[in-house]
Design a protein around this ligand. Structure first.
Ligand code: GAR
Length: 188
């Protein structure tokens, strides 16, 4: 069974979906650590409820990304983590972690990449007036949402769609698509 770490910055609903799959025995992995760059993130509460260790850090307390990623790397290595799952972690991964975990970092993004990378992908899709958006799971490289695509699923944007209704539809797809994809990747 692989030890994984989940990185999150916010609510952590994807993190919760992964916890649930692991606890149901559907996903064969051990969540060894939550890495979180926001003290007030709900993801931290979720980790505590499920006895998952947390490495919380304030990026502003470090001189550079290299410095905090070095510390993250040490925390991961201490726990024998072999795979990193980004779940709403709103930072680019730098060379320190990319080198240590080459080909073993995945991310989920709420659009059909390469459309609408970066922040507020759902708002970007609504603003562009497209009729279809979706969810992408991809390997992480040095770019912003640019790594090799692993899985995608489309979500339609209906006539009276609001940001709230579209977010709900996208989240539903994210939660099952991430679990399904992780099952495949972690069984390899
Ligand atoms: C998710 O929709 C995820 O795809 C997105 O942040 C949200 C986190 O939600 N990630 C990105 O936009 C990355 N570029 P969650 O905290 O409830 O899992």
């Amino acid at each position: 069974m692989k030890n994984i770490a989940v990185f999150a910055s916010g609510s952590g609903s994807n993190f919760q979906a992964i916890i649930d799959e692991v606890e149901r025995g559907e996903l064969s992995a051990r969540i060894a650590l939550l890495v979180c760059d926001k003290q007030e993130a709900k993801a931290i509460e979720r980790a505590k409820m499920h006895n998952i260790e947390v490495f919380g850090f304030d990026p502003k307390a470090y001189g550079s990304k290299e410095e905090f990623e070095q510390e993250i790397k040490e925390e991961l290595q201490k726990r024998n983590v072999h795979f990193i799952v980004l779940a709403g972690y709103m930072r680019l991964i730098g060379p320190t972690l990319l080198r240590a975990y080459e080909g073993s970092i995945v991310n989920i993004h709420p659009s059909l990449l390469p459309s609408f990378p970066g922040k507020d992908a759902i708002g970007q899709a609504l603003l562009a007036g497209v009729k279809v958006t979706g969810v992408t799971i991809h390997y992480v490289d040095e770019g912003m949402d640019t790594g090799q695509i692993i899985a995608q699923e489309a979500v339609s944007i209906d006539q009276y769609e609001t940001k709230e209704t579209l977010t709900k539809k996208i989240q539903q797809v994210e939660h099952y698509l991430y679990s399904k994809t992780l099952k495949d990747l972690l069984s390899k």
